[in-house]
Structures are given as C-alpha cells and as structure tokens.
Design a protein around this ligand. Structure first.
Ligand SMILES: [Zn+2]
Length: 81
C-alpha cells in the first residue's frame, strides 16, 4: 500500500498507533517519499499536540486547585490565584 488516498485514510489510525506493523511501515515509507502526505501527517500530529496542551493548560490547574482545597481546606488556598 503506497498511495495517497489510502495513506490519508489511515492517518488518524496511524497517529493513534492502531495499525498493524505492516501497514504502519508502508505508511511510514510513503510519508518518506510523499511530501503532500507528510505535510498532512505533520499537520494532524501538530494539531493533536496543540489540543493536548490546551486541555492540559485549561483543566489541570482547576482540578489541581480542587484537590489542594479538599486536602487543606479553603482557608489555606484563599490567597492563591
Ligand atoms: Zn501521498
């Protein structure tokens, strides 16, 4: 398998690492020789990183603060942002 349509179709599963080794390899080979698919792959990989960072940045501090509050009580954390 080394055509663009199939590669793009499997891109999400490739990023999820859900593909069997054989297909993983043929996609990697295709990405090595096809700039179009490589760009699409990098775009989606980057997108996932950005989303993961955004989720971490927005949800971690809130959840963390709740945890701190439940451990130490509101008085200890009322001066905290
Ligand atoms: Zn291609």
């Amino acid at each position: 398998m080394s055509n663009c349509d199939e590669t793009l179709e499997e891109l999400q599963r490739f990023l999820d690492k859900e593909l069997p080794d054989g297909m993983l390899q043929s996609i990697q080979t295709h990405l090595g020789s096809c700039t179009d698919c490589l760009q699409a792959f990098e775009f989606h990989a980057e997108l996932r990183t950005v989303i993961a960072r955004k989720v971490l940045a927005e949800e971690m501090p809130e959840g963390l603060m709740d945890k701190i509050r439940s451990c130490f009580g509101d008085e200890l954390t009322e001066d905290m942002p």
